[in-house]
Ligand binder design. Structure first.
Ligand code: CA
Length: 122
């Protein structure tokens, strides 16, 4: 009934498609909060960052994150801006926005601001 056809074809769907919908519903700030909640759910509780292992373990908890090992690995690689092998909250949020170009446009102001703070802080 609610099963989607699957069967190859398009570019994957999944959480990519969800972001613009969420953005509309929640507005910019609300979405950012949602993303950060996502981070909390996916992170390694002890380390306070998302590792490949915590991502693998927790992504299934979210249900909608229907991603294979390869996608997880490439997501980590793409998101890890400072190359320490883990995603911190900022890297995670930036990655989410990068994965959703539509949303990105609307949120550039926020990203700029956040990145500026991040770079100044480090
Ligand atoms: Ca990192």
């Amino acid at each position: 009934m609610a099963r989607k056809g699957g069967g190859g074809g398009g570019g994957g769907g999944g959480f990519h498609d969800l972001l613009p919908v969420m953005a509309e519903k929640l507005g910019g700030e609300g979405l950012i909060n949602e993303l950060c909640n996502g981070f909390q759910m996916l992170m390694d509780k002890e380390k306070g960052v998302i590792t490949l292992e915590s991502l693998r373990r927790n992504s299934s908890l979210l249900g909608l994150w229907d991603m294979g090992e390869e996608e997880l690995v490439s997501m980590m690689r793409e998101g890890d801006l400072d190359g320490d092998g883990a995603l911190n909250q900022m890297e995670f949020c930036v990655l989410m926005f990068r994965l959703s170009p539509e949303l990105m446009e609307e949120s550039l102001y926020w990203l700029d601001d956040a990145l500026e703070k991040e770079f100044k802080a480090s």
